[in-house]
Design a protein around this ligand. Structure first.
Ligand code: 1GP
Length: 255
């Protein structure tokens, strides 16, 4: 049973004892609501700790139904990962209240938030203030294009660390280092380490992670939570997800 407004507490408690987690992103454009239940069940059976739902640009009009069917099938937290203020549902346990702090586009820094806030209150979903930082990853990603922002240069970890520290000082609760879905290169280890060394809040890392070895590297560099998305649809994706979950669990036990 997931405690009402208890998702952030759970994330902070795990991070405090350096127990890493594995989250999987479900894009509602990739599956029908009915298929969403099946996929959620499969992911949970792999040992995934939470499910994210959302996308930079959605074509489907089935978002609320998709969230409802994922929530019905899963006992792990279902967390919204919205590309904009239209991607909300009262059925989820929490919503990453994302401010795209790597960019300078006011729409993604505060604009969508003003539209979303009253709805989030009405829906009763737990908002988790998240410093979302897009990192250069080899090619233009959907987030980069849709947000009309420039990602952080991957060879400049100090710039990333300064952003993360500013976010912590502004009161944000988690950092999300994002290479973008389908990224050619994941977020560099050096950048994760430098961000980790300046902030006390949990660090989520996603984009372009396709195997357990890479996931473990990111955890060792300082990530608290690893996110994969596309893997779900890859050949052998479920097996890979199972091995990532096991490797991440193992990292936690060694600490
Ligand atoms: C979530 O964007 C990621 O942060 C998901 O990326 O689809 O490349 O795993 P992938």
């Amino acid at each position: 049973m997931i405690k009402k407004n208890g998702v952030l507490r759970g994330i902070l408690d795990k991070a405090k004892i350096r127990r890493p987690s594995y989250w999987v992103l479900l894009d509602p454009d990739d599956f029908s609501p009915a298929k969403g239940s099946a996929v959620a069940r499969k992911a949970q059976a792999c040992g995934v700790d939470a499910l994210l739902v959302g996308g930079s640009l959605l074509h489907t009009d089935q978002f609320p139904r998709f969230v409802a069917s994922v929530k019905k099938a899963a006992t792990i937290p279902v967390i919204l990962f919205p590309g904009d203020a239209t991607q909300l549902s009262g059925r989820a346990d929490a919503v990453l209240f994302l401010s795209l702090i790597s960019g300078r586009n006011p729409v993604n820094l505060i604009g969508e938030h003003v539209k979303a806030a009253p709805l989030i209150k009405q829906l009763g979903v737990e908002p988790i203030s998240t410093a979302y930082m897009l990192v250069e990853s080899g090619a233009v990603t959907s987030v980069e294009f849709m947000s009309n922002t420039r990602p952080l240069p991957r060879g400049k970890p100090k710039i990333a660390a300064a952003h993360a520290l500013a976010a912590q000082y502004m009161g944000m609760k988690v950092i999300y280092l994002e290479a973008g879905s389908g990224a050619q290169h994941p977020v560099p280890n050096e950048m994760i380490s430098m961000v980790r060394s300046v902030v006390d809040i949990p660090v989520i890392v996603g984009g372009g992670i396709r195997d357990a070895k890479t996931a473990v590297e990111k955890i060792r560099a300082g990530a608290d939570i690893i996110v994969t998305g596309n893997l779900l649809q890859a050949k052998d994706g479920i097996d890979t997800m199972r091995s990532i979950a096991a490797a991440i669990e193992q990292c936690g036990r060694r600490k």
